[in-house]
Design a protein around this ligand. Sequence first.
Ligand code: HAM
Length: 423
Amino acid sequence: MERLPGFRDFFPRPLPQKNQWEFEARLHLFAAWRRVLAVYGFKEYDGPPVEPLELFTKKSGREIVGQLYNFDDKGGRAVALRPEMTPTLARMVATHERQYKKPIKWFSIPQLFRYERQQKGRLREHFQLNADIVGEAGVEADAELIALLIDVLRALGLGSDDFVIHLSSREAWQAFFREHGGSGTDEYEFFQIVDKLERTPEETAAVKLDKIGVPLEAVRRFITEGELTSQLKIVLKNLRARGIDQFVKIDYGVIRGLAYYTGIVFEAFDRRGEFRAIAGGGRYDKLVELISDAKTDLPALGFGMGDVVLLELLRSRDLLPKGASSVDVYCLIEDEALRSDSLNLIQGLRDAGFRVDYSLVALKSNKQFCQAMDMGASFTATLVPGEQLTVRLKSLADRKEETVAVVDCVAVLKRRLAESHGD
Ligand code: HAM
């Protein structure tokens, strides 16, 4: 039975085929995400993977609504698999914000579902790091979030030759739109056209824009010559002070496809332009109010960074970890009469926290040894009969052997493993 198109299997090593998705790479990514978010003082949260359909139809905008996995559940409720995390976060915060000091700095790593046309970098499910700050209207928060995005990518080994963050301003575009006589009802339509400009044939874009009454020429001029907003100037100064302004550039070609953004917006791209956007986000000061039916009004901002493009990028730059060993000790049972004693030794080693494996059934010694090698074990341990049982430890790195008393085994292994890790 085939898996559904646009969904992934994640395999442990060795991968059954090249170009499969690797579970360990995903763990590596999540660990780096969690590490940097903790460094910035963000706390982790999660919400339900299935939400009332209305949560997303309310304010995500047509683009995401057209990609929803939605259905009626057995209770007749209209529900959807979450295509993004932001409305869920807005709902959670709107309901319980009084319990939390502001600004609220939260992150999450949800699996999201969008019924998209499958293409490079875009699937029907993906994991997405979401980092958001709620309750701070000052533009310093925008700078902090962009610095965080930069540091997340740097923590994965990517440098300023690998990625760049394009900064723009929804506000500037709103002002441009009003100056050209645009009316409120067409605004989102206009943002959508600008968002897709690069991927739309010139004539089609011109006709669409004409209908709204904005000339394509003026849009193009604004993208190249639009003046920097005072907020963007502050963000640039802030990033310069941290010494990380080489990771950003101003690009009014970015406007973001989602409906709810209100201020500074940004997208991260690989420098060579080989991949789709790595991450995207911005300020959305009205979403909490909208989702709470005006019961709560809090400014907010955040970004989402998907695992699909990022893993492809890291693989292409050879920045994913190479096969780490899965066991510390492989216990060789060369004499089946010693299986019970060996199990006792194995249990003791596992209780001490070592990763231990062994053959579940009787197996020739050389085959057991091959298994130890395949697993990348650091040591083999073999019980040796005698007046008293002893353990023969063999380092697989330098093949040195030593025989130790069973009671000393844990202590010696701890020492040897620390030495081999250079501690
Ligand atoms: P978004 O631009 O729709 O924003 O998605 C953010 C990132 O998620 C993209 O840049 C991309 O890396 C990844 N992504 C999106 N769709 C797919 C897909 N079909 N397959 C693979 N990766 C994908 C949002 O979702 C906003 N809610 C982010 C946000 C958080 N804004 C404020 N807070």
